[in-house]
Design a protein around this ligand. Structure first.
Ligand SMILES: Nc1ncnc2c1ncn2[C@@H]1O[C@H](COP(=O)(O)OP(=O)(O)OP(=O)(O)O)[C@@H](O)[C@H]1O
Ligand SMILES: [Mg+2]
Length: 248
């Protein structure tokens, strides 16, 4: 897609530091990477990212296989900065969108067949991403539970509706709440959009208003911020004082 050469764009997240997360959620994710918590292990081989629309679940789900695989290849995991870890290893991963028409037993068979080969990664693990896993049919959900018993597979799932996920699947998974953290957690990410565009960011009060209006949706928050940066550049301003909440 063609973009204007001087247009500001939302950043592409590459590490956990690029996400605004609840402290408990960040702790769970970093513990899996730096191996404070052995993962996968003791029958726990799933990660369920749950939360409202646009909170970054699909984005993080696609990033996690590379981060987990890279953490496993790290020479000294206990001394690494898990929040700053970026992908250094290509994971053996597959993405499945559980939307209508792709949510039944055929999908489960697809997962079974891709995970029945020996994975070629260093870790020997397959990573299976199931986006919007609550949309699985009842039959698929039941049979998925038994697929989860495979030892060489990590399952990364997203959902807007945690209550619709079978308790047996939840029990085999680390549950990560992707809902809105305090606005302060967003400030460094949003300031960076302006500074990378050679602009002076607005005050924390203004940034917090954008986050609160967007209710934690990265989709809404970044589009409001990016638009204000583009407006300032178009108008030849260096300092951004206000942000209009178009999306929220
Ligand atoms: N930390 C982030 N930094 C920059 N952009 C982000 C970040 N998280 C999400 N985004 C962007 O916000 C948008 C929404 O993110 P995403 O699709 O991952 O949300 P979601 O939680 O899966 O939403 P839904 O519940 O609607 O499926 C995407 O365009 C994504 O690129
Ligand atoms: Mg999504």
């Amino acid at each position: 897609m063609a973009t204007l050469s001087n247009a500001v764009a939302a950043p592409t997240p590459q590490c956990l530091n690029d996400f605004a997360l609840l402290p408990t959620s960040r702790f769970k994710l970093t513990s899996m990477l730096d191996q404070t918590m052995a993962f996968p292990s003791t029958g726990v081989n799933g990660i369920v990212l749950f939360g409202l629309y646009g909170t970054g679940k699909t984005t993080l789900a696609n990033l996690l296989p590379g981060l987990l695989e890279s953490a496993k290849a790290h020479s000294d995991p206990s001394n690494m900065d898990a929040n700053a870890l970026v992908e250094t290893q290509t994971p053996n991963s597959q993405y499945f969108a559980c939307m209508q028409g792709q949510n039944g037993l055929t999908l489960i068979q697809g997962i079974q067949s891709v995970t029945s080969f020996v994975a070629w990664n260093t870790s020997g693990l397959h990573y299976v991403i199931l986006d919007e896993v609550d949309l699985l049919t009842d039959a698929a959900m039941t049979s998925f539970k038994s697929v989860m018993n495979r030892k060489n597979v990590v399952f990364i799932m997203t959902t807007n509706h945690l209550d619709k996920i079978d308790p047996g699947i939840q029990n085999r998974s680390v549950l990560v709440d992707m809902n809105q953290p305090a606005a302060a957690h967003w400030r460094p990410l949003l300031r960076r959009v302006y500074t990378e565009a050679s602009l002076t960011p607005p005050s924390d009060t203004v940034l917090d208003q954008v986050v609160n209006a967007g209710r934690g949706s990265a989709r809404s928050i970044f589009s409001d911020i990016v638009m204000s940066a583009n407006q300032a550049r178009r108008d030849g301003q260096r300092q951004v004082a206000t942000v209009t909440n178009i999306r929220s």
